[in-house]
Design a protein around this ligand. Structure first.
Ligand code: PRX
Length: 653
């Protein structure tokens, strides 16, 4: 369906009346203000929202672009912003509501959170000698201690780097080494679908080789399964935490000190350590919580992401807590024990804002179309989606069956690098076109342009760029500033100056609505998770029989995209008659090198890859073959045009 022919859904009038941004006039006023006086605009919000220890000297320092500095010279501590400053008015309010996989529950008030984070901070500081600027890797399940650990690092000025629990030991090791982490915080394991699963053994394997930087491993005992303990290296959180004092003075941090690293995939094999800063990040995390979810004092907000991804950082931990909200943290999966689990939780906690990925919506729709009818979902006010485009059937079900036709759906476009939402409807203001992220948030200068900065015509695809720096933007790639500049500021210019290019394509319609069309680089989006084709290819090449490989994304009804690999073997006879076995082996290599999330849905052995005379693999052709489409592009420039038909035969056969 073209964007133009989509129906428009207007915000609920009663909701809009109470919303922070009530209509499009208010939106345009904010946007105009930002356009006219960019620094004045951000200065206003930074002063209004952040509880500074000492004021900043400059709002935006562009002298070393693109290494922009925001609120330079200002002093603050993010945990003071997220916890301490709330104690006067909210000490007994629930900060975190935790629900375990098996239904166990914990409510952690702001005062309890304060104590837990302080004690954790003291433990890291006093027992593990973690200092300001040290890196701490977290390999944690979705339990409150994961949030405490992040905040404890922030309290003492250590830089955390959370590695998603689905990554393999190899992937974990790469990230530990790149960050040169001093301490790893993990858990014995946790529970999923009623059963225990393990994390600590993965850490043990990761640390077997070459991780001399790691001095200590702190283990939260969650599932109480037996784990190996290495004397002098491994320590039990459960035993040590009660020995620590309740007060740890927050480290005085500069606005531009790093807050955390989060590794994400790019178009080369090596993941990038995206570095975020203190003040700009927390400011935008808080403001977007307030504007996009419109969270009110008595609301209960639930984001189903994992803290291993940026969504978990900004919209489970930092954003909600900075806004003084109640954030729900869930250990399990929304389909266990049945596809009504999430809706049961919405009813039970009277959730007001629910934020999830389109993949989850599609799974819940498919597995339990009528489940929502069994529960009272009337508490819901705002529904959110993130990470991938949402297709019309999933949108409609979400809107009608979950939102009861009264909740705005905020389709939030953003990235690990942007720190917070960039393009999204405002729930009380924006008329929504389904599947469309709509407009840039007030203060965000997102544009769809050609490489030279020319705005695209309505309906034409262009590059989605952010043409002015924004407070929560990536500051650099850890240990690799050149790659930072090349990755984000090398492709597009405006008025002759390099601007941030997101890697996404987009179209803008006649009404100015922006629809994301997906990555234009070699990144695949599987279930809202970002994977680099080069990363998956590098893993597959580790299989001893593989000579060459090219990986592409193939549209998938549930996952958005699935991974399709074209493999050329060193010896054709290597697979003879046992391709299924080889496919299994290759997926095992991927699971070892990266993790199960990167396994291929389809692996086809082919006699060669479609390459240009200069040796570049024509992925567009492979994408078309994977989709089963007719090849329309000119293949005469290929080194061997006949290879296309041969590959097609292998794929069909
Ligand atoms: O391609 C875009 C897609 O996810 C990418 C960012 O991935 P990551 O850094 O892992 O962060 C995901 C969570 C913020 C983007 O470059 N993406 C994100 N949000 C949307 C989206 N695609 C379409 N619509 C969205 N709302």
């Amino acid at each position: 369906m073209s964007v133009e022919s989509r129906p428009i859904y207007y915000p609920n009038k009663a909701f809009a009346k109470e919303a922070r941004i009530k209509n499009m006039c208010e939106y345009h006023d904010l946007m105009d203000w930002a356009k006219e006086d960019y620094e004045g605009y951000w200065d206003h919000w930074a002063k209004e929202k952040i509880d500074w220890f000492e004021p900043y000297e400059t709002v935006l320092d562009e002298s070393n672009a693109p290494f922009y500095k925001w609120f330079n010279g200002g002093k603050l501590n993010v945990t003071h912003q997220c916890i301490d400053r709330h104690l006067d008015v909210r000490k007994n309010k629930a900060a975190i509501i935790f629900e375990g996989d098996r239904g166990d529950k914990q409510i952690i008030t702001y005062l309890e959170l304060y104590r837990n984070v302080n004690r954790f901070a003291n433990l890291l500081k006093n027992e593990f000698n973690v200092k300001k600027g040290d890196r701490v890797v977290l390999y944690m399940p979705m339990i409150p201690e994961a949030a405490y650990a992040m905040l404890a690092c922030a309290r003492i000025g250590a830089i955390h780097s959370v590695v998603f629990g689905g990554f393999s030991a190899e992937a974990l090791r790469d990230r530990i080494l790149d960050a040169e982490a001093k301490v790893v915080i993990t858990a014995d394991g946790a529970f999923r679908k009623g059963k225990p699963y393990m994390l600590k053994p993965v850490v043990d394997t990761a640390l077997e080789e070459g991780c001399d930087c790691v001095e200590k491993v702190l283990v939260v005992q969650r599932n109480m399964e037996d784990v190996v303990w290495i004397e002098g290296r491994d320590y039990s959180y459960n035993e040590l935490i009660d020995l620590e004092k309740d007060l740890c003075e927050p480290e005085v941090m500069d606005s531009e000190d790093p807050l955390f690293l989060l590794y994400t995939s790019g178009s080369t094999g090596k993941p990038k350590g995206v570095q975020h800063s203190q003040a700009g990040y927390i400011l935008w995390a808080q403001m977007t919580m307030e504007w996009v979810f419109d969270v009110k004092e008595n609301d209960t907000y639930w984001c189903t992401a994992d803290i291993g991804w940026i969504t978990g950082h900004t919209y489970i931990v930092y954003g909600p807590l900075a806004a003084g909200a109640t954030t729900v943290m869930f250990e399990g999966v929304p389909t266990y024990p049945d596809a009504g689990r999430a809706w049961k939780m919405v009813e039970e906690y009277k959730i007001n804002q629910f934020y999830t990925a389109p993949t989850a919506i599609r799974v819940l729709h498919k597995m339990g179309e009528h489940e929502p009818e069994k529960y009272d979902l009337s508490s819901l006010k705002v529904l959110g989606t993130v990470g991938e485009p949402i297709d019309p059937p999933a949108w409609k079900w979400y809107y009608e069956k979950i939102g009861g036709g009264r909740c705005s759906i905020v389709d939030t476009w953003w990235q690990t690098e942007t720190g917070g939402h960039m393009i999204s409807p405002l729930p009380g203001a924006t008329p929504i076109k389904p599947g469309c992220a709509t407009f840039p948030l007030p203060g965000i200068m997102a544009e769809v342009i050609e490489r030279d900065g020319t705005p695209v015509e309505p309906g034409e695809q262009g590059l989605l760029c952010i043409t002015k720096p924004w407070p929560s933007m990536i500051r650099t790639i850890w240990n690799d500033p050149d790659r930072f500049v090349k990755s984000y500021f090398g492709d597009a210019k405006k008025d002759g100056q390099p601007v941030y290019f997101s890697g996404d394509g987009a179209v803008i319609d006649e009404d100015g609505y922006i629809t994301i069309t997906g990555r234009v680089d070699d990144v695949i989006n599987v279930s809202g998770h970002r994977l680099g084709t080069a990363e998956v290819e590098a893993a597959i090449k580790k299989h001893p029989h593989v000579a060459e490989v090219a990986v592409v994304g193939k549209p998938d009804d549930i996952k958005g995209e699935s991974i399709f690999a074209f493999v050329v073997l060193k010896n054709a006879e290597d697979t003879f008659g046992e391709e299924a076995e080889l496919v299994k082996e290759i997926n095992q290599v991927i699971a070892t090198e990266i993790g199960n999330i990167a396994k291929c849905d389809t692996i086809k052995v082919v006699p060669g890859l479609p390459k240009t005379r200069s040796g570049k693999v024509m992925r567009r052709i492979l994408r078309a073959i994977a989709k089963g489409e007719e090849i329309k592009q000119d293949i005469s420039t290929l080194e061997d045009p006949s290879i296309v038909a041969k590959i097609q035969t292998c794929v069909i056969g």
